[in-house]
Design a protein around this ligand. Structure first.
Ligand code: SF4
Length: 582
């Protein structure tokens, strides 16, 4: 079964913008952020936002001061005064494309034109738009309802931003017959248009179209209707839990699209589950492999192995003659410490876990307490071995562990934070997630070995620390591009969030160049390290992963994760080969 996923599936630009505003605001203020109505129609995202102290309120009467954010749909203009009258600080996240429609209605309304909105009368955006004219205002869903309209002297016609071009055009034709002067502006927004166009194209190629999104979400329902009009069987679901294998019997090709309120991690969960249904992958061996990969990745054992591998490479770069009896505890400390750190992180981010292989989100929920205990035991083990290595090693790990524990704690008082871009926690510092991850790995896999076995020169030590830091930073930045939606909702500060897509690409290219220069430095005559030359193989590997990711060739789920972290394993295998061959 072939699975085709729409590139435009998921959050639209306006929804992303409103979510960013809400999350940024929640960091800067002390109390909750009250959104006037739910920011989006998605229960999972709303739960996550509640944890960030962002709560929806439905009525002005429910607001008792504090902070209120108007969502992307916008509101009637007088509503801003009513909200301010409650004593609240009011912020506006109305999508600029909705604001454009409000301005058109105001302009023609002021010139005495009546207004017709082609859209859903019960939708919040339409309710807000109605408030921008003092003239007569009608809402019609389509040409049939337009036929019931009275005649007009002068009329302005606009569309709800998530309407459909064809419906708008047909409705305008009917209204033309009823008006002396008509000013029609198609205000369907470009993201909606792209989304609908791609859904129609996809629906023509598939046997069944899975549309993911709220059953009450107007734009999701419209996508489902458009796909059905193209003759595709349509399955409209809200979560992956609704998928059953029986739905896909005799389906050669399945398409997946999602409404503007559906987060990417939910789309990933759906695709992961569909892949598990795939008859081509249900042979016993592939099922077993899929499950094994899922367990390795979900339990963080894989990332722990990666840390141990990187430690082997770093230790041999620092001190080529290091003995095996010194290597084993170093590998153990690093592997356990990184496993523990990632387990705690995954526990915090569990709500948007999309599943790996057959290790589904439900399996994760079932085992989350056990995994947390594994994390605690791993941390205890790592610190115990570090004590045996020496107090400096223990203090280095413990200091970073403490930094990790304080990562999410509000350390700066609110009145000071207002002067420093709302930064209250370490987590709020720009790109802190990527820098903290790279630092944590550098401490465990290079600084602890350096403290234990030393280095043949301080220049070599600097080169090795730089190599490890850049290698891990690259991985973290790449994952930040992949998980951008979840990271934003969780309030994670990543490189991608700070500098955007184009500059992240430039930083990734610069990081690969820096990595090559560092390795070159480590191979120069005064270091004469053949291992550094061998480690150059890691560079084309990373480039291949980055390019595959950019071209959407990287598999989703556990296999993708194994490939992204494969650079550490590769470095370890190369180091081991050199160590044995020497
Ligand atoms: S659907 Fe269009 S108008 Fe509405 S929030 Fe998204 S981008 Fe803005």
């Amino acid at each position: 079964m072939k699975i085709l996923v729409a590139e435009t599936a998921g959050f639209c630009w306006g929804v992303r913008r409103a979510l960013d505003q809400a999350v940024d605001l929640a960091k800067k203020i002390d109390g909750p952020v009250q959104t006037f109505g739910p920011l989006i129609h998605n229960a999972q995202v709303m739960e996550e936002l509640t944890e960030q102290n962002i709560h929806p309120v439905e009525q002005v009467a429910d607001i008792r001061g504090g902070t209120v954010l108007v969502r992307a749909h916008g509101v009637r203009p007088e509503m801003f005064d009513q909200l301010r009258a409650t004593g609240a600080d009011v912020y506006d996240a109305t999508c600029p494309l909705v604001r454009k429609v409000q301005k058109i209605i105001t302009k023609y309304g002021d010139d005495g034109y009546d207004v017709v909105i082609v859209g859903d009368d019960h939708h919040a955006e339409v309710a807000g738009l109605r408030g921008y004219t003092k003239q007569q205002c009608f809402v019609v869903a389509d040409e049939k309802e337009a036929a019931q309209l009275p005649t007009f002297d002068r009329v302005c016609v606009v569309s709800q931003t998530t309407q459909n071009d064809d419906t708008f055009a047909r409705t305008v034709e009917v209204i033309k017959e009823k008006a002396r002067v008509i000013r029609a502006t198609n205000t369907v927004c470009e993201p909606t248009r792209d989304h609908q166009r791609e859904t129609i194209d996809l629906a023509k190629q598939v046997d069944l179209m899975v549309v993911v999104g709220g059953r009450h979400s107007a734009n999701t329902c419209r996508l489902a209707d458009l796909a059905a009009q193209e003759g595709a069987r349509v399955l409209h679901i809200e979560t992956d839990a609704e998928l059953q294998k029986g739905h896909f019997e005799q389906c050669a090709t399945v398409g997946v699209t999602a409404g503007a309120s559906t987060p990417e991690w939910m789309i990933n969960r759906v695709v992961t589950k569909l892949e598990a249904f795939n008859p081509e992958t249900t042979s016993r061996l592939t099922t077993w492999l899929n499950h094994a990969m899922g367990v390795l990745v979900a339990s963080n054992v894989y990332v722990g192995l990666g840390a141990a591998s990187l430690t082997l490479a770093a230790s041999l770069l620092l001190q080529p003659t290091v003995g095996r009896e010194q290597l084993w505890p170093l590998l153990g400390t690093a592997g356990l410490f990184i496993l523990a750190m990632h387990t705690v992180n995954r526990y915090q981010e569990r709500s948007h876990y999309s599943g790996w292989g057959t290790f589904s989100p439900r399996s994760f929920q079932r085992f989350q307490q056990i995994m947390l205990w594994i994390g605690v035991l791993a941390l205890t083990g790592a610190l115990g071995i570090a004590v045996a290595l020496g107090w400096n090693e223990f203090l280095a790990l413990a200091a970073f562990g403490l930094l990790g524990a304080l990562y999410n704690v509000k350390l700066v008082p609110l009145q000071w934070a207002r002067h420093i871009m709302g930064i209250r926690r370490i987590k709020d510092l720009p790109a802190s997630r990527d820098i903290a991850t790279a630092l944590g790995w550098t401490v465990a896999t290079a600084i602890v070995p350096l403290l234990t076995i030393g280095a043949t020169s301080s220049l070599r030590a600097t080169g090795v620390l730089g190599f490890v830091f850049v290698l891990v930073f690259l991985r973290s930045a790449l994952i930040g591009v992949r998980d951008v939606q979840g990271d934003k909702i969780m309030g994670m500060e990543t490189l991608f969030k700070v500098v955007g897509k184009r500059r992240t690409k430039a930083v990734l290219i610069s990081a690969v160049a820096t990595l090559s220069i560092l390795l070159l430095g480590l191979t120069l005559p005064w270091h004469s390290l053949p291992l550094a030359a061998l480690l150059f193989l890691v560079v084309p590997y990373i480039c291949t992963v980055c390019v595959s990711y950019h071209r959407r060739l990287l598999p989703k789920g556990a296999a993708g994760e194994i490939l992204v972290d494969g650079q550490f394993l590769l470095a370890g295998v190369l180091a081991l080969a050199w160590h044995l061959w020497r």
